[in-house]
Design a protein around this ligand. Sequence first.
Ligand code: ZN
Length: 490
Amino acid sequence: MQALRDRLARITDLNHAAAILEWDQETYMPEGAEESRARQVATLRSFAHELLTDDVTSRLLESATPESALDQDLVRVTRKDVEKATRVPSELIAKMAIASGRSKGAWQKARATNAYAKFAPHLATIVDLTIQHAEALGYQETPYDALLDQYEEGMTTAEVTRVFSDLRDRLIPVVKTIAAAPVISDAAVHGNFPHDAQWAFGIEVAKQLGYNFHCGRQDISAHPFSTAFSITDVRITTRVDPTFFSPSFFGTLHEAGHAMYEQGIDMALEGTPLADGTSLGIHESQSRLWENLIGRSRPFWQHYFLHAKKAFPDALGGVDLETFYRSANTVEPSLIRVEADEVTYNLHIMLRFELEQDLISGKISVNDLPREWNDRMENWLGIRPTTDSDGVLQDIHWSLGAIGYFPTYALGNLMSTQLFDAAKRAIPNLDALTASGDFSDLLQWLRTHVHQHGRRKSSNQILMDATGSGLSADSWMQYVQTKFGDLYGF
Ligand code: ZN
């Protein structure tokens, strides 16, 4: 066991060193270093991959004698990692790396110039390689299962389809009702919100939620993210628009939610593959919980609005709490996923989930994609993109070969309310605590039921043990009906 642990610690160190280089790439690295940095990251990642998949690791896994439940979980999870890592031939991995490198550049240009035709051949290659990848990974029912499993282990296409179609049927009428209701102004979150004041306010609140800056930090990047190099070094990034309060503030709460998850992993898991989020869905449930269920709630602003007024006297001096709360929670069908509100966001995801399946099954071709995209946007959200840049070209994921990733965003939203409901049952005065700026009970509940386990529990196990039931859209729909029914009067 000790020899196995030593080996896994070396592999973990290599991967985390690569992650530090990637973090630097998005934050401080000079542009000219792009090529050398890509090579350095590839060197570390492929070295880690070799160590994981070579005979030494396999022999250690065979001969290790687990002495504790933790040892058993370590052997079980590592075996699965090794098995998955060896299923895909290295030639295919290399082909995918080259294709996604080219395709990312082509996507950037195509989006900037609204030229889908220039991206289409690259996407066709990506789809083709992705199908080969799914075949190599193996699956029970449909190739899409294999793709989904990369990001949400154990989740199946059938299960997601069941939950999403239920969600869609109940959500579309709500979106239509809101679209027909009187518009709520979002003017209060637009105005003079100076960069430095936003930066300080976001950090202050993140600290009070429980993000530990002794073992973390925040920097600026074009696309906000969180990343972990160990349980004691979990970082976040944000971007600041000095005329708009929401993106940076709620972005900071979102990323801090991801970071608190990784900071809360049991230290006994440090240096092993278990010290990571168990799935992207559970990860996203943590970010969404702090961003939306706490950060966009009325109790939260009952506490923080006075602080915000002090921090932004020019923009908020003449604004009252209720106006501000409503302003931070407006709903309006829009074209761009990353700018979507809480209510319409999941429709953006479900659209991508359907299109991905149709592409992989061959039901639609890459050339059909823009029309299919626009038709479904019009059906579901009542708006039609006038350019592909605002439609099918808006997200980077497909250009990188990340097909099967999108559903985890919506799964995270559904899981966030399921977990939050369970936390509320355990902490009956949660709203009052939130309104007094005390988040310690909630964080402790999340630590106990979600964070500490790392990858020792699957996402389904986490949900079952913490909430008593598996994945469902009920809790999230209930949340939307209550909160937005109140706001929009239905
Ligand atoms: Zn996230």
